[in-house]
Ligand binder design. Structure first.
Ligand code: LLP
Length: 428
């Protein structure tokens, strides 16, 4: 199997960032998310460089929803990233990581008054998703005595080749203002006292392995930018969102690079801006591309059962990695403690949750697996831990960070006490 660059196999053991996963698992326990920080920095630099080679006014906002661990946000902040945040929690994490408010954009179709107030108080720009929300922002900003810089989220009505649940720019999607109504929205914003429209925002979907739709998106945004400039909107940034996918099926998935993305998007953007006569910053919001292939989920085999299939029962299920269950997503699996064992037998990796759909991987050829073995589920850095739950009252597992030869716990494992205590009727 072709492994992502941060993984290798040494003496039959899966290694990440040069560290032996078998040793890591015995030291920190399982299930366990293990992330290679250097890989994240490498991915970030590649993304930034690809765009920057076309244009100097580039800002990369990391989509914090992909992996909100503070250690990862700090790494990315050090590398120069801002963040796309989608909740008060993500906003607070980004600030705690040391990101400057000016490097953040608060996104979302349903922000509460409390969310908006937090953004307004911190001077964070807001991507506005409806006229109703605009009016709420106007009145909250008036109460706070502040002016808020905003963009509107555009719904560009673009089809994308991805799972329907994560296509976000379809005409039928809940996100954004239909592109044909967008000019009217800016007209309203221009007439309000406490909001200052300075950008436009779009995000067409996630895990997109074809760069065509991004080019279409850029075309729509350039056209809208032209009409906004005519209207007198001082456009300072155009945000194209994230969405570049990664090759989860290592042997067969296409693997578009940030250069492929930039080579298609940037000429459209630059030509368009020249015609319009402005030089706004170009913002992008990658999540998965930066963190997806940096992480392996290590899970221990509890038992093996020959039944309708050969079930390998492991200690992580959709409580920790919901992508296979939710999107029929494919993740490569490796027998981490005997990765070079040549025998191959079809196995189905089943989690410990009481639902039949709790299968991490169906019918994969693996060496003969026994109880006590260690399985690595690959490419789990994006939307892995971030979407975990305590279903079946299972504490969430720890996350460790491998960097430059050292290993640190970046989130301790929860305990059963962490589940029980918040429910106890106590006065805090
Ligand atoms: N910007 C906005 C406004 C977004 O909604 C998203 C993702 C991103 C940026 C980052 O997209 P990325 O570069 O990571 O594709 N849970 C799903 C993915 C949901 C994506 C939601 N929005 C999954 O596991 O595949």
């Amino acid at each position: 199997m072709k492994l992502p660059p941060c993984l290798s196999i040494l003496s039959g053991h899966l290694c990440i960032g040069g560290q032996d996963c078998v040793e890591i698992a015995s030291r920190y326990g399982t299930p366990l998310y293990v992330t290679d920080g250097d890989r994240i920095i490498g991915n970030y630099s590649a993304y930034e460089r690809a765009l920057h080679s076309h244009y100097s006014r580039i800002r990369v906002l990391y989509a914090a929803k992909a992996n909100g661990n503070l250690a990862i946000l700090r790494l990315l902040k050090e590398a120069g990233a801002g963040a796309d945040v989608f909740s008060s929690g993500e906003l607070s994490l980004a600030l705690r990581a040391g990101m400057a408010p000016r490097d953040l954009l608060f996104n979302g179709n349903s922000k509460s008054p409390a969310d908006l107030t937090l953004a307004i108080r911190n001077g964070v720009k807001i991507s506005v998703d409806s006229l109703d929300e605009l009016e709420l922002i106007e009145s909250l900003a008036a109460e706070e005595g502040n002016e808020v810089e905003i963009a509107f989220r555009v719904n560009p009505a673009i089809e994308v080749p991805t799972h329907p649940k994560i296509a976000t720019g379809l005409r039928t999607s809940k996100f954004g203002i239909p592109h044909e109504q967008i000019k009217g929205a800016y007209e309203v914003a221009l007439s309000r006292e406490h909001v200052r429209p300075i950008g436009i925002h779009c995000h067409i979907g996630s895990q997109i392995l074809d760069v065509d739709p991004f080019e279409k998106e850029a075309e729509v945004m350039v056209r809208i930018a032209g009409s906004l400039v005519d209207l007198g909107v001082p456009l300072d940034f155009i945000d194209l969102g994230g969405g570049l996918g990664i090759p989860y099926r290592h042997a067969t998935d296409p693997a578009p690079t940030p250069e492929d993305y930039a080579n298609r998007v940037m000429p459209v953007f630059l030509r368009g801006m020249k015609e319009v006569g402005i030089q706004p910053a170009l913002w992008v919001e990658p999540g998965r591309y930066l963190v997806g292939d940096s992480t392996v989920l290590l899970t221990r085999v509890n038992s093996v059962k020959e039944a309708h299939r050969r079930f390998v029962n492991v200690d992580a299920g959709f409580n920790l990695l919901i992508r296979p269950m939710m999107y029929d997503a494919y993740h490569e699996v490796v027998l981490a403690n005997r990765a070079l064992d040549p025998s191959q037998i079809m196995c189905t990796i089943a989690g410990p949750i009481c639902e039949s759909g709790d299968i991490l991987a169906y019918d994969r050829p693996l060496p003969i697996v026994r109880a006590g073995d260690l399985i690595g589920v690959l490419d789990t850095g994006a939307y892995g831990f971030a979407m975990s739950s305590q279903y079946n009252a299972r504490p969430r597992c720890a996350e460790v960070l491998v960097r430059g030869g050292s290993i640190t716990v970046m989130r301790r494992a929860e305990t059963i006490q962490d589940i029980i205590v918040p429910m106890e009727a106590r006065k805090w």
